[in-house]
Design a protein around this ligand. Structure first.
Ligand SMILES: Nc1ncnc2c1ncn2[C@@H]1O[C@H](COP(=O)(O)OP(=O)(O)OP(=O)(O)O)[C@@H](O)[C@H]1O
Ligand SMILES: [Mg+2]
Length: 377
């Protein structure tokens, strides 16, 4: 069978406009013509190709007809981008992710051998620990489009609407070749509040379970929650792979400081080591915020990186509340506080502290309320 020029033009036109609906429609037409001309194998191959999900093309302005909440008209599914920044994980988490990716990539073989499991990965951990970032990486590594569903945005105050929204999402999600990211999963448990009639929680949980069960085995589902204990055990069971992400350990923080503050994989040893020790308890997002804030100041002020300011910000930050580097120099008061904090950390000599603060050793001693030893080194 030969395809006529008009059809070819239509295919190219639709493809260049990234109008996938039209590409599929013309494709289906050609497949039928192929079948009619006796090329059953060709028709089948083309149909299989058309069933594939198209690669995300948000930048082209193309937006798929996403399911929306009936009341607010807000989309319930968002097409996410593949991340361009690395995710830093400890060894154990890295292994879990690698195992999951390997199983997902070989799901056909595992299914043939009868040892396949659902490709469901549940990530739990505090805010800013990289759950959303990692979900995007999983989609990228599997070269699949990335669909993000925020369960909190699906909870509607209108009776019965929540379950309808959830059904709409699972009907929209393609049966193959996508990574479905269910974010904020604990939101389901919050249906238990007084806006909802009794029994709605059960209905919502059941709708999610049915939705998960309706997906074909090769759909990759990644769930994330900050409150794992709030999740219904039946939902928990739908995710055979679990990943506990916590605040980063010292060696992971070291990679983060090097990358976020210095933009490379190592950074200057001493500074990076000190920063990673002092930033215990902070999340990846906190470290990124402080570091990028300092780099922004350096660029806009046309000045070198204000390292004393970074140390100051780190010692003042609390998890989820990173302190930002401010304009100008540290005040005498701030220098005094920071000097004491650095001395108490036991990591730095007075000489180091003086150097970091850009003051003389005598001045550093004065800040610390200590006497400069007469046999000063
Ligand atoms: N482990 C990490 N490796 C690299 N970057 C990280 C890591 N953790 C956090 N970040 C940085 O912090 C940003 C925010 O992290 P992310 O949104 O993935 O956290 P989250 O766990 O999804 O938080 P939330 O529970 O608030 O949704 C990331 O985009 C990334 O820039
Ligand atoms: Mg997130």
């Amino acid at each position: 069978m030969t395809v006529d020029t008009a059809t070819l033009l239509e295919i190219f036109d639709a493809a260049l406009e990234a109008d996938y609906t039209r590409v599929r429609r013309v494709g289906n037409r050609v497949a039928r013509a192929l079948a009619e001309s006796g090329d059953a194998a060709g028709a089948k191959a083309l149909q299989a190709a058309l069933k594939q999900r198209a690669i995300p093309l948000q930048a082209s302005g193309y937006a798929e007809a996403l399911p929306r909440d009936a009341g607010s008209r807000l989309p319930l599914v968002e097409e996410g981008q593949w991340p361009t920044t690395p995710a830093f994980l400890n060894e154990q988490s890295g292994k879990t992710v690698a195992r999951f990716l390997e199983d997902a990539a070989n799901i056909d073989l595992l299914a043939r051998e009868g040892v396949a499991t659902r490709l469901g990965l549940l990530m739990h951990g505090p805010p800013g620990s990289g759950k959303s970032l990692l979900a995007g990486h999983i989609a990228a590594r599997l070269q699949r489009p990335f669909y993000i569903v925020r369960l909190d945005s699906m909870i509607s105050s209108r009776l019965g609407e929540t379950a309808k929204n959830i059904r709409g999402v699972f009907e929209f999600i393609p049966q193959r070749n996508a990574v479905l990211f269910l974010d904020e999963m604990d939101a389901i448990a919050k249906v238990r509040d007084d806006r909802h009639e009794l029994g709605e929680l059960k209905r919502v949980v059941n709708t999610v379970l049915q939705g998960l069960d309706s997906l074909s085995d090769d759909v990759v589902v990644v769930g994330a929650t900050n409150h794992a204990h709030l999740l219904d055990p039946a939902i928990w069971r739908r995710f055979p792979y679990k990943l506990a992400l916590d605040m980063p350990e010292e060696d992971v923080r070291r990679e983060m400081w090097a990358r976020f503050l210095y933009g490379d994989a190592t950074g200057p040893d001493l500074e990076v080591a000190l920063l990673s020790r002092l930033s215990a308890g902070l999340s990846g997002a906190d470290i990124e915020n402080i570091a990028l804030g300092a780099r922004r100041r350096a660029i806009l002020d046309g000045a070198p990186l204000a390292l004393a300011q970074v140390f100051n910000a780190v010692t003042l930050s609390r998890p989820g509340a990173p302190e930002l580097v401010h304009d100008g120099d540290l005040s005498a008061e701030e220098k005094k506080r920071l000097a004491a904090r650095l001395r108490d950390s036991g990591e730095m000599t007075v000489t180091d502290i003086a150097k970091l603060l850009g003051v003389s050793r005598q001045m550093a001693h004065r800040y610390l309320g200590s006497q400069e030893p007469t046999d000063a080194r």
